[in-house]
Each structure stands twice: as structure tokens, then as C-alpha cells.
Design a protein around this ligand. Structure first.
Ligand code: GLN
Length: 480
């Protein structure tokens, strides 16, 4: 078989099953490519050696011999799990995350850990303690974040799939910026056991691939109930590729979220591409309905408060006692806590911990945290109401293609607004998938989100796959 960097999981699986290529050859191919080219992109934190990857590979599953890259906030036993932070620079996980355990059982070789914004806090992968990842389409631009390393690795053909995590958009925004498919599943569909928590009421692990079909293949291996994560839904393992026949359901009603297309700062090229996609769906037999979701305007503010509040609690455990970095000069316990956290965390993380503690503090929690929780409920209800009128929704993944590195260094509010179109679905807990839907005039990918009711992953995959059969966006790749 003629293996190329952008061969799909489906084709790889076929070739491996037919013995046209061995898992070892596939692993070597991707590891060689990563080692040769990742210097230009910086998508990974560590690249594993071939011997250990082959040794770890289990026999006989659906993903036998099909390599993946794992965002470095998901624990892989005995490998460094750094969260791109000095705090965990030398921390090695003692256990596999449930998703990792399941992927290993499926025979998937894990070849590298992916760079991210420190503790998954950011939208550009610029806050990593180790390095800034570059967008493979244009190395002067960001790949998005926080799963920017995962997205860049898949887009650059360093691996056919990667895992990311999505708290406010961290799978979908980098997927859109790098021209790949990124799914944030329904809250509770995928176990977070072994994911280093950022904001637990919003976090989901998501799948990043170059096609919708491939995405469904990986999700099929990781989704489903886990007794080690009490927030997982009582769902059995299933094959999400089943319904992918290139058609959309008869009579499909798609809602276009009008107030996203008319939002301030929308790039006209993005609007144009989404309108073209709607035409494509009409040709396939869907009807398009106009929907307004006013609560979207409040989502980013509510997300800001909730995510910081939960982060402040979740990150309290990093105090130098149990995990990772400890300031060894300190002479008292309190100064050890202080100095460890002062030196171990980067400035974005510290800023969020401070905001989080402030919004939770006595006298302020009603004004901030309680209000934000009400917005969360309201947005959830708004989605539930919308899905009484239509089967699914379409909206942009981002207002514009990937921005230049450093562009928002002096404008943190602009960075926070990156979550505008993505965080509503984290607040509502509904699934959303970013799918490439065009290229800008300066040759940067554009993405759209397909959003459905709770547990509608099968529908989103079916519709996304049908769209891919009619368009060529997912076949375009950057030159590294
Ligand atoms: N950009 C968002 C944030 O910085 C999203 C992060 C995420 O989804 N992990 O919080």
C-alpha cells in the first residue's frame, strides 16, 4: 500500500486488515514524519520512541496499528502528563485515563503527547510553558487552542487522529482553525476519569480527525458509561459509523442561528461559506429554518465566571505537597504553598485562579456565580426549545480564520471572545461538531458547527459525512 500522511483511518484499517501494511510500518511512518517535521510546527510535547509504542500496542482491536496523539492533560500511564505547565513538568501518570485504556484495548498505538495552553486555559496554544504551536497552514498564525497541538498534528499529517478536551471550545475552535473535524460530545458521553480537570461541569474529551467517518470510528471506541466517572450517561458502547451512508435523514430540518451570522465582527467570507453550505444541505433535501438564540450573547460572560470558579477549585490541589513541582527553598509550610503556586503556574492560570476565587468569595458569589448558573440553565432551555422546531442547528465555529501569533497579547478580551460561538454548547451540554466548510481568500480554513440535541452524535455524524461526500474541503491539506 502507498501510505501517505493524509491516509484516512478507514483506509489504514482496510490496508492493515488485508495485510497490505503492518502496524509497525504505519507507526514508523508517522513517527519518522513527526520527528522530521514537528520542529516546524511544535505540535507535540513528547514524541515516544518506536520500541515502547510497539511494546505497548495491544492486539486485535478496531484501531489496531492506527496511531494517535493525545492532548497532554489526559493521563497515559507512566508517561509525562504535564498539562503544558511547569507545575507538572516532571509528573508521570500512575494510571491510564479511561479513554486511554479503551483506546489501548482497541489496539491503537499512542505515539506522542500534544501541546496545549497551560491547563487547557486559552484559545491559541500560546500559554504553554514549553512552546507555542504554529498553524500548519501558515506558521505565522496560531492553531487555536487549547487543543492546538492535537489539531495541528492531525492537520499536518503527523497522525490520523488525536484527542483533545473541550471546556468552552477547545476542540472545535482549533479544529476550525486547522481545517479538520472536531467533535465535542454530549456532556457525559465520554468518561473524564484521568482527564486533568479544568471546569468539571463543562469539560468533555473530544475527537479530532481529518474526516467525519474517522471521527465516528474513534468515538465508537471511547464513548459509553464508566463507573469511575459518575457523570457519564448510562450508554453502552456502539458503532457510530453505522448510519453513515452519504445521505441525510428524509425531511431533515436545519436551523440556521441567525444571530450568529449577524454578530459583530463576523468575517463576510465566513458568512458566505456558511450560506453556501446551507445551499448544499438544501440540495440534499433539507429545509432551512431561521432560529434566534438570544442567550448566546450572555454565554461567554457566564462561561467566563463558571470556568474560572471551577478552575480555582480544581487547581487548589497543586500545592507542592502531592503532585509535581515544589518550591524547595521555602522554610515554612505556608511559604512553600505560596512559592510553589507562584512559580509553578503561568500568568494566565494565576489570573484565572484569582478571578475564580473572587467570584466565589463571600458577598460576591450571588452576583457572579449564581447569576452565571442561571444563564447556564437558560441557554440549555433555549437549545431544548430550538430542538422542538428543528432537528439540528448550524452556526459558525469562529467569526474569522486563525489569527496571527501574538495578535491578542495586549487584548485579552478579544482572546476570551474566541469562546463566543462555542461555549454555549458546553453550557447546554449538547454535542457540537466543527467541520471544514471552506477556505478564505488568504488560504486559511473556515469551519462551521453542526449542533444537535443531547446524544444526537449519530445525526451530526450522518449529516457531516453526507456534506463531505458533496464537498472537497476535508481533502485539502497544508504543505509542511
Ligand atoms: N478558550 C476557552 C478558555 O480559555 C476554552 C478552553 C477549553 O475549552 N479548554 O477557557
Amino acid at each position: 500500500m502507498n501510505l501517505n500522511a493524509f491516509t484516512s483511518i478507514k483506509e489504514l484499517k482496510h490496508a492493515i486488515d488485508k495485510k497490505q501494511i503492518t502496524p509497525q510500518e504505519v507507526i514508523s511512518f508517522y513517527l519518522d514524519r513527526l520527528n522530521a517535521l514537528d520542529g516546524k510546527i511544535g505540535s507535540t510535547i513528547s514524541i515516544f520512541d518506536k520500541q515502547s509504542v510497539v511494546k505497548e500496542m495491544q492486539e486485535g482491536g478496531v484501531l489496531q496499528g492506527i496511531p494517535g496523539v493525545i492532548k497532554n492533560n489526559i493521563c497515559i500511564k507512566e508517561r509525562p502528563t504535564t498539562c503544558a505547565s511547569k507545575m507538572l513538568e516532571n509528573y508521570r501518570a500512575t494510571n491510564d485515563a479511561t479513554v486511554i485504556e479503551r483506546l489501548k484495548k482497541a489496539g491503537a498505538p499512542l505515539i506522542a503527547t500534544a501541546n496545549l495552553d497551560e491547563f487547557a486555559m486559552g484559545s491559541s496554544t500560546e500559554t504553554s510553558y514549553f512552546k507555542k504551536t504554529k498553524n500548519p497552514w501558515d506558521v505565522s498564525r496560531v492553531p487555536g487552542g487549547s487543543s492546538g497541538g492535537s489539531a495541528a498534528a492531525v492537520a499536518a499529517g503527523f497522525a490520523p487522529w488525536a484527542l483533545g478536551s473541550d471546556t468552552g471550545g477547545s476542540v472545535r475552535q482549533p479544529a476550525a482553525y486547522c481545517g479538520i473535524v472536531g467533535l465535542k460530545p454530549t456532556y457525559g458521553l465520554v468518561s473524564r476519569y484521568g482527564l486533568v480537570a479544568y471546569a468539571s461541569s463543562l469539560d468533555q474529551i473530544g475527537v479530532m480527525t481529518r474526516s467525519v467517518y474517522d471521527n465516528a470510528m474513534v468515538l465508537s471506541e471511547i464513548a459509553g458509561h464508566d463507573e469511575r466517572d459518575s457523570t457519564t450517561l448510562p450508554i453502552e458502547k456502539k458503532d457510530y459509523t453505522q448510519g453513515l451512508d452519504g445521505t441525510i435523514p428524509k425531511g431533515l430540518k436545519i436551523g440556521i442561528v441567525d444571530n450568529t451570522l449577524s454578530a459583530q465582527g463576523m468575517d463576510p467570507e465566513v458568512v458566505e461559506r456558511i450560506q453556501a453550505a446551507l445551499k448544499e444541505f438544501e440540495k440534499m433535501g433539507a429545509t432551512i429554518h431561521h432560529i434566534t438564540l438570544p442567550m448566546i450573547d450572555y454565554s461567554a460572560a457566564a462561561y467566563f465566571i463558571l470556568s474560572r470558579a471551577e478552575a480555582a477549585s480544581n487547581l487548589a490541589r497543586f500545592d507542592g505537597v502531592r503532585y509535581g513541582f515544589r518550591d524547595k527553598e521555602a522554610t515554612t509550610l505556608t511559604s512553600m504553598y505560596d512559592d510553589t503556586r507562584h512559580d509553578g503556574f503561568g500568568s494566565e492560570v494565576k489570573k484565572r485562579i484569582m478571578v475564580g476565587n473572587y467570584v466565589l468569595s463571600a458577598g460576591h458569589s450571588g452576583e457572579f456565580y449564581e447569576n452565571a448558573k442561571q444563564v447556564k440553565r437558560a441557554i440549555r432551555n433555549e437549545f431544548i426549545d430550538a430542538f422542538k422546531q428543528v432537528d439540528m442547528l448550524i452556526m459558525p465555529s469562529q467569526a474569522a480564520p486563525a489569527f496571527k501569533m501574538g495578535a491578542y497579547d495586549l487584548d485579552p478580551l478579544k482572546m476570551d471572545l474566541q469562546d463566543y460561538f462555542t461555549c454555549p454548547m458546553n453550557l447546554a451540554g449538547v454535542p457540537s461538531m466543527s467541520v471544514p466548510c471552506g477556505m478564505s481568500s488568504d488560504n486559511m480554513p473556515i469551519g462551521m458547527q453542526l449542533v444537535g440535541p443531547h446524544q444526537s452524535e449519530e445525526l451530526l455524524y450522518r449529516v457531516g459525512h453526507a456534506y463531505e461526500q458533496k464537498t472537497l474541503w476535508h481533502t485539502m491539506h497544508p504543505e509542511i
